[in-house]
Design a protein. Structure first.
Length: 237
């Protein structure tokens, strides 16, 4: 069982994470281009194969190759770019939280079902948890991807000066920061405007560049830990 986990499950998780995140890049780029890329590939390079994408994802492939080239240059150099993008992400979150906190209305957490416009569908039952326990679980499953990047800290234990102390401390601090950002953003946004108005087209999204920064940071963590995991598997035999 240990062999299966070490040699099959762990590499598969890393590869699937990289593939999933890089696939998201295609969605963001295609959205910014007004679906021009997807329309082009669907028309000229359709695959029409069950259980596969409708067309070859060259954007995701290019993104992974470029990121791999950056990592090949050196972890220290590529970490600078990742640190800059992560800093920009945090600045964006802090800006939204601070600016939004000036316009919060706690009554948005207690909206009654009859007060919701009738032309809006799929709004739940209103109140603090409009979609009930199931909605909470679905939201938790979505935000789970914000927590998975901490495992990169564990893969760098051999490079830490005091891993027995620094690794657990770094993981706890990282998880707390992720929780704080998710909680603060969710609280401020749902008190700024009614929750049912947050489901809007990406065309009205004012931070279209933010998902690309987040995606790069996520894919970076997936790629940087893969060589360490493979090296450890080779040492274990």
């Amino acid at each position: 069982m240990k062999i299966v986990v070490n040699h099959v499950v762990m590499p598969s998780v890393v590869i699937a994470g990289t593939a999933g995140v890089s696939r998201a890049v295609t969605g963001y780029v295609d959205n910014l281009a007004g679906n021009a890329t997807s329309d082009f590939f669907r028309k000229y390079l359709p695959m029409n194969v069950d259980h596969l994408a409708p067309y070859p994802d060259f954007i995701a492939f290019t993104f992974v190759m470029v990121l791999s080239a950056l990592l090949a240059v050196g972890v220290k150099e590529s970490s600078y770019l990742n640190s800059i993008l992560t800093g920009l992400n945090l600045i964006t979150i802090v800006t939204v939280v601070i600016a939004g906190s000036l316009h919060v209305d706690p009554s948005n957490w207690s909206i009654k079902r009859e007060d919701i416009p009738s032309d809006i569908s799929n709004v739940g039952v209103g109140g603090f948890a409009p979609f009930g326990f199931r909605g909470i679980i679905q939201g938790a499953a979505t935000s789970f991807f914000g927590y998975v990047g901490f495992d990169i800290i564990a893969t760098t234990s051999e490079e830490a000066k005091n891993p027995r102390r620094n690794i657990p401390l770094s993981i706890m601090i990282s998880l707390f920061i992720v929780f704080l950002t998710y909680f603060s953003m969710a609280a401020v946004l749902t008190m700024m405007v009614p929750y049912y108005s947050l489901v809007s087209p990406m065309d009205n999204y004012d931070f279209k560049h933010t998902p690309l920064r987040v995606t790069y940071s996520t894919c970076f963590t997936c790629r940087i830990k893969k060589p360490r995991i493979l090296r450890r598997l080779m040492l274990l035999g």
